[in-house]
Design a protein around this ligand. Structure first.
Ligand code: SF4
Ligand code: SF4
Length: 289
């Protein structure tokens, strides 16, 4: 989803009020998507196509060919292996694996197969297929220094139990600057604001949407000068609850695919979901003893 996009244009006439959706975007080929980001796209599809039926998103998605690439290196902040998102068999049209002097290509969809027809390819040998499997099964899981210390399936329960643990949330969020970077870099964060604007001196205008983020101070501001998440600790708690519990309740997915971008982007070093979830789990373990 672009940072800012026009979703609707309107024109008033004497008798009428005409509205039209923004023209269909041109097709795109997106190359080099990591498996965890393909999981994130599948989550967004579930929300924007299957549930909300968001037309601009659907059009862009249907006009995009997704070419993934298996990881052979990982950021020190990533923990995708713990989240089960380090490799994938779905979500791509084509998946590349670097074999040194050539790439192996897995075909995921008919569109991917057709795209490949125009390329100079040959059938993979049994040894090449085995090498792809070795990379996925043995190399990729070992790339991640960081790991969740428990099964992600336990996250919704752990978070629900810690909703009222304000000492923890206040302590953890103490240095947060409310800059919103952790939201903006996250592939599973999708909140946006909608603005209506009118062309100066004209009877026309447009509706645009732009990225928004729950860590920003005025995200939860409403009419009447109320802000129902005024405190930084409340906003912090909301972000982690949403990733590990609320979205799971609604769509059946943990909304963190372990990419580590939020951790890399946070200057205050307080955005890391792996760290937060491990600390909450450790606290629970300590209380249980
Ligand atoms: S957690 Fe970090 S990245 Fe997120 S709003 Fe706070 S300071 Fe910014
Ligand atoms: S919360 Fe952080 S680690 Fe999880 S998907 Fe978002 S950016 Fe990646």
């Amino acid at each position: 989803m672009p940072q800012r996009e026009t979703i609707l244009e309107y024109r008033e006439t004497e008798e009428n009020f005409e509205m039209r959706a923004k023209a269909e975007p041109e097709g795109k080929v997106i190359v080099g998507i990591h498996p965890y980001d393909l999981f994130a796209i599948e989550q967004l599809d579930k929300i924007f196509i299957d549930t909300l039926r968001d037309e601009p998103y659907r059009q862009k998605r249907e006009n995009s060919l997704l070419i993934g690439v298996n990881m052979q290196d990982a950021s020190e902040t990533a923990f995708a292996a713990s989240m089960g998102t380090a490799t994938t068999d779905t979500g791509y049209d084509l998946m590349l694996t670097d074999l040194g002097d050539r790439f192996a290509v897995n075909i995921g969809t008919l569109e991917g197969k057709e795209f490949l027809n125009s390329a100079d390819v040959r059938k993979a040998s049994a040894a090449e297929i085995q090498e792809v499997e070795r990379i996925e099964d043995e190399v990729v899981p070992d790339l991640f220094e960081k790991e969740l210390e428990f099964s992600p399936a336990l996250l919704p329960t752990i978070l629900e139990e810690n909703y009222d643990n304000m000492d923890f949330w206040e302590d953890y969020s103490e240095n947060c600057l409310s800059c919103g970077t952790c939201n903006m870099v996250c592939p599973t964060c999708y909140c946006f604001s909608v603005d209506m604007s009118r062309d100066l001196g004209e009877n026309s205008g447009r509706e645009t949407r732009r990225w928004d983020g729950c860590l920003l101070e005025d995200f939860a501001s409403v009419a009447g000068d109320e802000n129902f998440r005024e405190e930084v600790a409340q906003r912090h708690r909301h972000r982690f609850m949403r990733k590990g519990w609320y979205i799971y309740e609604r769509y059946g997915d943990i909304a963190c695919i372990g990419c580590g971008r939020c951790t890399s982007g946070c200057v205050a070093d307080v955005a890391d979901p792996c760290d937060v979830y491990n600390k909450l789990h450790q606290e629970e373990q300590a209380h249980a003893q």
